[in-house]
Design a protein around this ligand. Structure first.
Ligand SMILES: Cc1ncc(COP(=O)(O)O)c(C=O)c1O
Length: 428
């Protein structure tokens, strides 16, 4: 149950947030609360005793919500040992193999190998490197307009979001295709006029774009792009960092399109990051790709393994598909919003302006509901897989009430919340 004991942020949270704002070298915290570690299911408690309903799931990285009893049990089983991180690409632990077995078990047939690493961006980075190593001499990569692939320099080169993420940083050569039904035609024209297939390192696609606006790839775009890449021997990488591990109602979003990529990435919900592909795709020279912690984060891997087991045991794929349908139907009837869309528990809608979107997020936060923005004026709904229909109803009631409030002409937020959220105050 949502419970608000103080204004948001509460005094204890405010002290820590102010300290972080002063001292955190990469300031970007935009939610006015500090997590206490307490909470249950989709509800989390801050250090001021306020309880929030979380429909952002820590940007899709917390699929089973707060304090899932089986995940707590997994953590407890490691409480009497140290270290909990090994230099896993050089020194083996059991969990490394088990995690690879679990992820390849839920991958398409033939995807029998995986490389484990620390973050989504590193998974993307390594997928790119694996493709380059396989076909030496390629000159550029291809990604999609509005794509988001992370912030390491290779991944950032593929990312096509806000300039603030790229300003001043060097890039790898990248060509972008439109994220629509014309994509394959653009690629074919490129092949006719600019480049031979062996100059193109890979094509990277999010089948549901995350940061770019929860845009769902048109079926024709994916089918045609896959056909052209296949015919020309250009590796097709699916970036499943945000949409993978069951969120869309299937294990992988590309499954909705009846295609198989050559290689795919995973992270976030998996608790570790992975590049998954048939064994022949990976470099055979030892050390061609590696990292100190990759495959050695035993608690992360144990939690990832358990997460997959729980999704299977509790039949959460069909739950996500069902709840997603219910939520999309509700959204379609909601007034004052447009562009309602969704695949499983990856749902979104647009507001008339960015200012209204940001005000809505701030107002919902103040009322105890955590939501995320994306794109230019989009709200994404990313509930944890343990959310029930009643939680969705609660979220929708709050969104509708908050929307009525922020739609009043001249509405602005006041107080400390404005220092920690992107609310209308910051727009001109
Ligand atoms: C589709 C996609 N790829 C890659 C990344 C980068 O992941 P990370 O932030 O773990 O580096 C993200 C993160 O939001 C993502 O959504």
């Amino acid at each position: 149950m949502i419970k608000l004991e103080t204004s948001v942020p509460g005094p204890k949270s405010l002290r820590i947030l102010k300290g972080l704002k002063e001292k955190n070298g990469g300031w970007s915290i935009s939610y006015p609360l500090v997590f206490s570690g307490k909470g249950e299911g989709p509800y989390c408690e801050d250090i001021d005793g306020n309880v929030f309903l979380d429909f952002g799931s820590q940007i899709a990285s917390n699929p089973l919500g707060y304090n899932h009893p089986e995940l707590l049990e997994t953590i407890r089983s490691y409480s009497n040992r140290f270290p909990i991180k090994y230099a896993g690409q050089d020194f083996a632990v059991r969990e490394h193999l088990k995690m690879i077995e679990e992820i390849t078990d839920i991958a398409p047939r033939g995807f029998d190998s995986a490389f484990l690493i620390n973050s989504g961006a590193e998974a993307v980075e390594n997928a790119m490197k694996i493709c380059m190593r396989k076909r030496p001499g390629t000159k550029f990569g291809i990604s999609m307009e509005k794509g988001w692939h992370g912030r390491t320099l290779g991944a950032l080169s593929l990312t096509n979001s806000n300039y603030v993420h790229k300003k001043g940083y060097m890039r790898l050569p990248t060509v972008r295709l439109p994220y629509n039904e014309d994509a394959a035609e653009h690629l074919e024209r490129l092949l006719r006029t600019e480049a031979s297939p062996d100059e193109i390192g890979f094509v990277m696609v999010e089948h549901v774009q995350g940061e770019g606006g929860y845009n769902i790839a048109p079926k024709k775009m994916v089918e045609e792009l896959r056909r052209v890449t296949h015919q020309n021997g250009i590796p097709y990488i699916a970036d499943e960092v945000q949409c993978g591990v069951g969120r869309t109602g299937r294990w992988w979003a590309f499954e909705h399109y009846g295609i198989t990529p050559d290689i795919f990435t995973s992270a976030k919900a998996l608790q570790v990051a992975a590049v998954v592909a048939p064994h022949r795709m990976f470099p055979h020279e030892a050390g061609a790709i590696s990292s100190t912690w990759g495959g050695g984060q035993i608690i992360d891997m144990a939690l990832g393994i358990r997460t997959i087991e729980i999704i299977k045991k509790d039949k959460l794929l069909s739950h996500n598909a069902r709840l997603g349908h219910y939520m999309l139907r509700y959204l379609n009837d909601m007034k004052g919003i447009t562009g309602q869309r969704g695949l499983g528990l990856m749902l979104a809608f647009d507001l008339p302006t960015a200012r209204l979107r940001d005000n809505l997020i701030a107002e919902c936060t103040a009322r105890g509901l955590l939501l995320l923005g994306c794109g230019t004026k989009t709200i994404r709904l990313v509930p944890p897989y343990v959310a029930a229909k009643e939680d969705a109803d609660k979220a929708f009631a709050l969104i509708e009430a908050a929307l009525r409030r922020v739609s009043v002409r001249g509405f602005t937020h006041h107080g400390a919340i404005c220092d920690f959220v992107h609310c209308g105050k910051h727009h001109t």
